[in-house]
Ligand binder design. Sequence first.
Ligand SMILES: *Cc1c(COP(=O)(O)O)cnc(C)c1O
Length: 449
Amino acid sequence: MQLYSTNDTDRSQTVSFQEAVFQSLPADNGLYMPVFIPSLDESFLDEIEKLTFPEIAFQVATTLLADEIPALRLRDLVEDAIDFPAPVATLDDEIHVLELFHGPTLAFKDFGARFMARTMSWFLQQSPQEKERTILVATSGDTGSAVAQGFLNVPGINVVLLYPSGKVSEIQEKQLTTVGNNVSALEVSGTFDDCQRMVKEAFLDQELRKQVSLSSANSINISRLIPQSFYYFNAYAQLKRDLAFNPDWPLVFSVPSGNFGNLCGGLIAQQMGLPVDHIIAATNANDVVPEYLETGKFTPRPSVQTVSNAMDVGNPSNFARLLAFYGYAGSDEELLNSIQEDISGNRYSDENTKQAIMEVYEDYYGYIMCPHTAVGYLGLKDYLDKQPARVNGVILATAHPAKFKDTVEKAIGEAIPMPEPLKEAINQPKKAESISPDYESLKSYLLDR
Ligand SMILES: *Cc1c(COP(=O)(O)O)cnc(C)c1O
C-alpha cells in the first residue's frame, strides 16, 4: 500500500504502509491516505455470510496490505487482534445495533489498537536496526486504555498517554492509570484539545524526533483506520446470515463521531465495495462536521464537555481524510455535494441523549446503550423519520454502557452490573504524573525519561 499526504494533493511523494505507521504524521502536517483503495471480488461480497469475522477481516486486510505483510503472517496477526466478537442486536426490522464493545477495554477502539500493536510489533521484528519506540497518545477517555492494553508488554515499545484532568470518567481514569509496565499516564491540566495539540506539536518537532522515536496511536495513524473497516463488512455478513437484511432496502450506518476515525473506516469499506448507501455522522454538541455538511463551512473551535465525552472533539483530526476520500478535483461546492450524497450529519444535546437511553430501554425490552451509542440511535431515528423508503439501519455501538455507569443508571433508573475488566481496574491505585498544558512540559518529560 502506498500512501500520500493530504497536504500534498498532487501526490508527488508516497510512502509505504510501514513508514506511514511509524511516521504516523507526514512532516507537512497532513494525514496519510492510501493512493489507491482496491475493490474486493464481487464473489466475496455475494457469499460473505458464509465467512467468520476473522476470515472477513483477513480478506479485507490482505486485499489492502498483501504487498507488505505476507498473507500467512497477516492471517495470524488478524486472528490474534480480533479474538472477540462484534455481534448485532436487532431492535426492529430497520434498527440494528452493531456491538463493538466486547474487547478488553469495552470500547470499539480495541479493534484498531490491537491490530495496530500487532502490526507495529511485526514491523519492529523485521527491522532489527530500530531503536526503542515511544507511542504517544492523546486521549479523551477511551483511546488511551485501548492503546495501553493493545501495547501492554510489547517488546521495544513504551506508551505515553496524555489525558485531560477531570474530564474523563472515574472508570476511564482508572483504566488509563493502572496499566503499569511499559505504559505511563500524564494527567494534563487542560482539555482534550490541549492534549491533541501537544501531541501534534511533538510529531512536528524534528529535533525531538531525532532523539526519541515517536509513533502515534491516535486515529491519525492509518493502521488504526484500516481495521475499523473490518466490522462494517462483518455487520453486513451477520445481517445476511440472520436473514435480517432486506435486499430491497438500502444499507445505512449511523456512526457516533468525535475524531471521525470510525466513520472513515466505513468509507474505506464503501470504497472497497460494501454496498453502503448512506452514513449518518451523529455528534454531541461538538458539531463542527454536521455544520460543515449543512453549510460547507468548517470552523474548528474549542470542545465543550458532554455526557458522551469520547466525542468531545472541537477540531476532528480526520476531517482532512474525509475530504480526501472525495478527491480534490472540482470546486468546494462540488466537493460538498458529493460528500452530502453519502453522508449527512446531526447533533444532539445531553438532554436528548439521556432521553434516548431511556426510550431505548423502555421500547426495546430493556436494551441498554451507552451515551455515545444513544447519539447514534438518535441519528438513525431522525434519518428514518425523514426517509420515505425503508432501510437496513445499523448503529455502531461504540462502548459498553457500564463504562458510563452514572449517566446510564440515572437515565434508566436502575443499577447496571460492572463487567469484570472494569472491576479489576477500579480496585487498583491511580498512577499518573501531572503536567501543564504546554508543549514544553511534554517535550522535557519525553527527553528526561
Ligand atoms: C472514540 C469514541 C467515539 C468516537 O469515535 P471517532 O473515531 O473519534 O469518531 C465514539 N464513542 C466512543 C465510546 C469512543 O470511545
